[in-house]
Design a protein around this ligand. Structure first.
Ligand code: NAP
Ligand code: GLV
Length: 306
């Protein structure tokens, strides 16, 4: 069995070595133009030329959870597209979102600013019942985040395409329930995949429906959010702040207003990183399962977009 590794902007060698160790029976090589046909590919942002030169791939393993960028490419029609299925991401996402939520709820930025000025002062504790947290997308990451937030006794709402049942989470399903979900949410967390249906889903109209003093945590994709609408609602006071990990253009351009907005906290797309060892173990297990003709989890529905 032949496996080819093709990344843009990431070091390939440690993955090639790791895959060779995990699959000693396979031939694993970094892709070079003109290379012979492989059975499986392990990719990150592969150039179109790679996909055009490998028309007989059986499976394409994306080393991230989101496949929106990969699905923009012309893919060999018979190849399964397989996303990372947690592989250590959901725990990272849960700690990241809980941290952002609690930093906002406990006003830790305000305390930090006070301390920097040598000020010893208190803010009035807020009841957590007034801080309902609504999570859009109850998939691999969203469900873990919802369960983690519920552990802190915040009211938790979840919105998903298919209906879900998660202990401690009030679940809403489908477009018909979206308004009710937003109207009951003060802290909105986006964990949707980026698809034609979800692009720009956080805009002036939808964000205006959040409870006053709303807070936005976007850890999914930058294109879920309409940047100017967020800024307008922060400036009007309807929204209290935002924690943004993902952006329409990454790295975020130096002149973008998000860098300097006092109510926005930024991180450089780091809320849930791909963990190499966990990912290699998962991919190797799935390659072997496919070779045995067994079904695997994490196969993307290309038409649906995730
Ligand atoms: P997932 O398992 O595919 O879950 C996506 C969830 O969103 C599913 O439950 C799905 O509902 C729901 N959904 C999809 N379209 C919807 C719609 N139109 N309306 C309502 N619900 C919809 O994905 P995941 O692993 O949780 O990851 C989610 C996203 O996080 C990824 O796509 C990626 O963009 C992002 N991400 C970001 C980072 C980072 O570091 N910032 C890291 C990893 C992932 P159904 O159950 O009905 O299908
Ligand atoms: C990161 O953003 C991922 O989709 O894995």
């Amino acid at each position: 069995m032949r496996i080819t590794v093709c990344f843009t902007g990431l070091k390939t060698e440690p993955w090639v070595q790791g895959l060779r160790a995990a699959l000693p029976q396979a031939s694993v090589e970094e892709w070079r133009t003109g290379a012979s046909q492989a059975d499986y590919a392990v990719v990150w942002a592969p150039p179109q030329q790679f996909l055009d030169e490998q028309p007989r791939l059986k499976g394409i393993f994306n080393i991230g959870a989101g496949v929106d960028a990969l699905l923009q490419r012309r893919l060999p029609p018979q190849a399964l597209v397989i996303r990372l299925d947690d592989a250590g991401m959901s725990m990272q996402m849960a700690e990241f979102v809980c941290h952002a939520l609690i930093r906002h709820f406990r006003e830790l930025d305000g305390y930090e600013a006070d301390v920097k000025q040598g000020k010893w002062s208190y803010r009035k504790p807020r009841p957590r019942s007034e801080m309902p947290v609504g999570i859009m997308g109850l998939g691999v990451l969203g469900e873990r985040v919802a369960r983690a937030v519920a552990q802190f006794d915040f009211p938790v709402l979840g919105w998903n395409r298919a209906s879900r049942t998660i202990p401690g989470v009030r679940c809403y399903a489908g477009q018909a329930a979206f308004s009710e979900f937003l109207a009951g949410t003060r802290v909105l967390v986006c964990l949707l995949p980026l698809t034609a249906e979800t692009e720009n889903i956080m805009n002036r109209e939808t964000l205006s429906r959040l409870l006053p003093g709303g807070y936005v945590i976007n850890v999914a994709r930058g294109a879920h959010l309409v940047d100017d609408d967020l800024i307008a609602l922060l400036d009007s006071g309807h929204l209290a702040g935002a924690a943004l990990d993902v952006f329409r253009t990454e790295p975020l351009p130096a002149q973008h207003p998000f860098w300097r907005h006092p109510k926005i906290t930024l991180t450089p797309h780091t809320s849930a990183r791909t963990l190499r060892d966990e990912s290699i173990a998962q991919i190797a297990g799935k390659v072997l399962a496919l070779a045995r003709g067994e079904p695997i989890a994490g196969v993307v529905d290309v038409k649906r977009g995730y």
